[in-house]
Design a protein around this ligand. Structure first.
Ligand code: G4P
Length: 526
């Protein structure tokens, strides 16, 4: 009984955005609502500013912050809310992609001045891949932004998802008056305020009621009536099921910094967002309501003190309840292990937890036996899907600068890539190629190899632009391709062949010349 009840009241999600759109501000307001923090400014942005590219101490400091804020749990209206934090810096995008595999839904924050930015598009691609339900919050309405209809068009076009506004702004910037809640038929008037958390709403059943002019100037009323008529005519009504299938994104307008529109967003989110349900494992679909515990590791965080090389593995529970000190089956190592001090994260506090439920993310102390993607069960052979490696975009060959430390270098590179800092590919059985999403990772690797493993390395940039995992039912064609393209072929950690393309054109000709090959942009393919 507890299992069903606890699962149904959990909402595990991530807030994602292009840096600076307002993710940190919105997270903080949510925590204020949940009473998890008392003052604004308590949540530290874990974004690594551009100026910090070569400032290692800054990276370390930021990494420290990001572990503290990796998961933020709080209670609100009888629900247990788990927000999984994602790094803002684009160079850490892969970390974000992996975190998205551990959530049940997403809130996407878009800046009304800038619209859909590059990082947003990429994050959305990952959501689409997994059919993750998305709610969009258009932020900074207190600024002179773009026309809201134009923004909706851009969202549909660039993010390839249908949208449905649930609130509608009444003007914006200097003359921003508030929003009309199309669903509840309520007017919510704007009052710039950064600390207040209550909002009073005015019921307006009929927008044609002249009473409306009591609240907002006549010209704004006229515009609102026209806009709403247009919305009702053009956009499909909101359907929870279409949203939950990842096909329709409800849209809210507001201003996070002014705490405006945040409560509506949070309450609608809690009402419509999915609780933990099913998860796909290679073997079968696992239901959250199953008694037997199962889950997977999606993130590893190393302790940066070289004297204590222990790590925290972030584990998402998919079914059953996770109990402290109980033996669980590690399906990759085929052995039983137990954890004496699993930790839960409530706001910015960490504490040992005796029992956790589907949707929860707990920190497991790890001395090297857990890897990203590992599954724990009560004995069943299960391997959860959806934790792939994503195609990197920057490739460099790793050179050892100190032949006496070859062993340390090998060990360091292996462990760092297991942690997900970067991907390692082996070419021609020996040459190590590191693939990342951002330049910053190379600085991190170099720094950590030196400080934690005593190894020295250099990187030689390579011309490759994208990696594709290659498979084919036609073994002969695959063999021929691997032979002919040997210069651009390497193997990943599972020994799967990967093709490095130097350009779009090269990719196109490879597809044309070898029509029976399949080129995948993630390491997970059926
Ligand atoms: P991020 O985590 O997505 O990177 O964004 P963050 O919340 O840090 O917000 C980025 C900037 O946008 C911050 O200003 C923040 O104060 C501002 N901001 C957030 N919401 C709103 C809003 O509704 N309206 C307006 N006008 N601004 C908003 P900053 O100057 O970069 O940082 P700070 O010095 O204020 O912390």
């Amino acid at each position: 009984m507890d299992l069903i009840k606890e699962t149904a009241r959990r909402k595990t999600f991530a807030i994602i955005s292009h840096p600076d759109a307002g993710k940190t501000t919105l997270t903080e307001k949510f925590l204020l609502f949940g009473g998890a923090i008392q003052t604004a400014g308590a949540v530290k942005s874990n974004k690594i500013r551009k100026t910090a590219t070569s400032d290692f101490m800054e990276i370390e400091k930021q990494r420290g912050i990001s572990v503290a804020t990796s998961v933020m749990g709080f209670e609100y209206g009888g629900k247990r809310v788990n927000i999984l934090d994602t790094p803002g810096h684009k160079d850490f995008a892969e970390d974000t992609y992996r975190t998205l595999t551990a959530v049940d839904s997403v809130i996407l924050v878009v800046d009304c001045v800038k619209g859909v930015e590059e990082q947003t598009e990429k994050l959305m691609e990952v959501c689409r891949m997994r059919q993750t339900p998305v709610i969009i919050f258009i932020n900074k309405m207190d600024r002179e932004g773009r026309n809201p209809f134009e923004l909706l068009d851009e969202l549909e076009h660039k993010l390839q998802i249908s949208v449905r506004p649930l609130t509608w702004p009444i003007s914006q910037g200097q003359t921003f008056k508030g929003v009309y809640n199309l669903y509840k038929k309520e007017l919510n008037l704007f009052d710039a305020n950064t600390t207040r958390i209550s909002e009073s709403n005015i019921r307006v059943n009929d927008l044609n009621d002249p009473e409306l002019e009591k609240w907002i100037p006549e010209s704004f009323c006229k515009k609102l009536r026209e806009d709403v008529a247009l919305i009702e005519g053009v956009y499909e009504p909101f359907h929870k099921e279409t949203y939950r299938s990842g096909l329709l994104a409800p849209v809210f307008f507001g201003s996070a910094i002014n705490n405006f529109g945040v409560r509506e967003l949070l309450e609608t989110f809690l009402a419509v967002a999915p609780s933990p349900d099913e998860r796909e494992a290679t073997e079968r679909i696992v239901k959250a309501s199953e008694e037997a515990m199962s889950g997977f590791v999606f993130k590893i965080h190393a302790n940066l003190d070289p004297n204590h090389r222990d790590r925290t593995a972030f584990f998402r529970i998919c079914s059953g309840s996770f109990e402290r000190n109980k033996f669980y089956y590690h399906t990759r190592l085929k052995k039983k292990i137990r954890f004496s001090s699993p930790t839960q994260f409530m706001a910015n506090e960490k504490s040992v937890v005796d029992e956790s439920w589907p949707g929860d993310v707990i920190g497991l102390y790890d001395n090297g036996s857990l890897k990203i993607g590992d599954s724990l069960t009560e004995g069943e052979e299960l391997h959860f899907r959806g934790i792939p490696s994503f195609s990197p975009e920057i490739f460099k060959a790793l050179e050892n600068r100190d032949p006496m430390k070859a062993k340390q270098l090998d060990k360091g590179v292996r462990q760092l890539t297991e942690e997900g800092v970067a991907q390692l590919f082996i070419q021609h059985g020996a040459r190590k190629i590191i693939g990342t999403v951002g330049e910053l990772q190379f600085d991190v690797i170099k720094f950590r190899l030196e400080h934690e493993y005593g190894a020295q390395c250099d990187f030689t940039p390579l011309r490759f632009k994208k990696a594709f995992w290659v498979t084919s039912a036609n073994k002969e064609m695959l063999e021929e391709f691997l032979r002919r393209k040997w210069n651009a072929i390497a193997h990943d950690k599972e020994d799967h062949p990967v093709f490095f393309a130097e350009s779009e054109w090269m990719m196109k000709t490879a597809r044309e010349d070898y029509p029976e090959l399949e080129f995948h942009t993630t390491s997970e393919f059926k």
